[in-house]
Ligand binder design. Structure first.
Ligand code: GLN
Length: 274
């Protein structure tokens, strides 16, 4: 069988479970053959050997059981860079890039220290450090295993961050001019119903019964750790804007605005402490 036939067969096998079966089939094969997609296209007429074919079939089986593609290939692109991911960290979603866009808009010379709460694979903290090398960036997470991945990603991208194990802001000593976070905000009941989330760390998704519990915890603790006029840039669910506004009000943050995702839902909000 040649490469093209193998991909067509793989794509058919994933048709029912994936929104992008052909792309998945191609990326899984790239992973097995250890080549990029351009090289894959150039190899379409080549025959595949039995060992590679067997490896590929095993990956297709995993994908068919709904394991996310990025866990299978062990990496994910974020803001045009590749990051390692495994089952200890959430797979970064495209909407999380909106945090970077908003931070870029608001960072000025007064911002010297930023913390990324619940850093997971470290994508937000590392991307900000790559863009703003002179700002001190702390990356915190409640999970030691997640921090291991974040540290490896920081090494790969050759950036230096301060890593702290912490439940929200509990173990954080310093003060910050900006807090960025993609906290767990999915309602507990929703996680149980969604099979595609089953592979991801529950701790990174579960926002309690209301979905807003961790968001509230962060804002409650943030007031001790944020300077006057400091900003909080926070991702949340597509239907949580009113909840976020009322929690912000409760803890005396001004609601400055938000950015919408591709479905036109407000997904990242910016708050100011005064
Ligand atoms: N965006 C993720 C999802 O909907 C949730 C991420 C999070 O809870 N921080 O699957």
């Amino acid at each position: 069988m040649n490469i093209k036939e193998v991909i067509d067969r793989g794509s058919l096998f994933l048709k029912e479970i994936s929104d992008s079966p052909k792309l998945d089939a191609q990326l899984l094969l790239c992973n097995v053959l250890n080549i990029d997609r351009v090289s894959l296209f150039l190899s379409y007429e080549k025959e595949i050997d039995d060992l590679m074919k067997a490896k590929y079939d095993a990956l297709l089986e995993r994908r068919r059981l709904l394991e996310p593609l990025n866990y299978i290939i062990g990496k994910r692109e974020f803001y045009s860079n590749d990051f390692l991911v495994n089952h200890d960290v959430l797979i970064p979603r495209p909407e999380t890039e909106l945090i970077i866009d908003l931070a870029k808009k608001y960072i000025n010379k007064d911002v010297k220290n930023i913390i990324d709460i619940g850093t997971g694979s470290g994508v937000i903290a590392i991307t900000l450090k790559l863009i703003f090398p002179n700002i001190n960036i702390t990356a915190s997470d409640i999970s030691e295993d997640a921090l291991k991945i974040a540290k490896r990603n920081a090494q790969i991208h050759k950036v230096k961050l301060d890593f702290v194990i912490s439940d929200a802001l509990q173990n954080i000593q310093n003060n910050f001019q900006m807090i960025v976070t993609n906290p767990p905000y999915v309602k507990s009941s929703f996680i149980e119903d969604d099979l595609s989330l089953a592979y991801e760390p529950r701790q990174a998704l579960d926002g309690g019964e209301s979905g807003l519990e961790v968001i509230e915890k962060i804002l409650k603790e943030a007031k001790e750790k944020i300077d006057k006029d400091g900003l909080v840039i926070m991702e949340h669910g597509f239907d949580q804007i009113e909840g976020v506004k009322s929690i912000a009000k409760k803890y005396n943050f001004d609601y400055l605005g938000n950015t919408k995702d591709i479905n036109d839902h407000p997904r990242v909000s910016i708050l100011k402490w005064n």
